[in-house]
Design a protein around this ligand. Sequence first.
Ligand code: AMP
Length: 282
Amino acid sequence: MEVIRGISRMREFVQEQKLSGKRIGLVPTMGYLHAGHLSLVREALKSCDVVVMSIFVNPLQFGVGEDFEDYPRDLTRDSELAEQAGVAAIFAPAVSEMYPSGGYYSYVDVEKTTEGLCGRSRPGHFRGVTTVVTKLFNIVQPDVAVFGQKDAQQAVVIQRMVRDLNLPLQIVVAPIIREADGLALSSRNVYLNPAEREAALVLYRSLNQAEQLVTAGERNAKVLQETIEKQIKEEPLARIDYIEVVRAEDLQPSEVLQGRTLIALAVFFGQTRLIDNRIVEV
Ligand code: AMP
């Protein structure tokens, strides 16, 4: 496995692979890998010969006061895990390689789908995501890119961008990987102290409860939202950022559930903001 730092070497690597007829899969990450990231590699290997994983903590998608500086980084460990999972190349550019000093002026904005949920509480976040993902698509030129359902809104926004801008690749969204007790894997889970780690299980419990209500026939989004809110408020270490029930396809509010519906949460435990979600089908 090769660890590539420069854009020109990355392009050359991909060119070599394409010349020998290989299909390229891209798994974009911010590193500090866990089983969730590695499941995306397995997914990419189902339809691609060569998987490139990008590891880049993208300053553009962090707001003022967020955890860009503190975000966990360990490229040595990541390289071992990626290689074991079958990654052919890691693309780990420096910030100065992606955003050279001397001015950066070009951004990709996706409207509507970025207005609610995380877009509301993290202004500018999705502009940072869609800009860096577009740059990665242009550098790696993958046939397929795999994203996790864990970041449900991100997956919808990227799919929208690819469709709207006719980007020539296929997007695959892979399921959420969880710890045995239900906590969704996240690089940010390392921030949690033991009490917060325990408290964070309320996310999974409340999503399960909401899904059970839907299975039992509940169709009122407000009832679901309030049920989750009540359960999370019983957990003293939790502070709700948002609980939303929206149409899974375009993230628009759905008062009465119809079709695929996304129940999405963002909750703080101490300083750590965790997200989780569930798709229900009615
Ligand atoms: P991140 O490094 O957190 O930016 O995540 C990189 C990719 O991994 C994104 O597409 C995430 O949605 C995905 N991902 C993160 N956590 C999980 C998880 N627990 N299960 C599945 N995919 C995940």
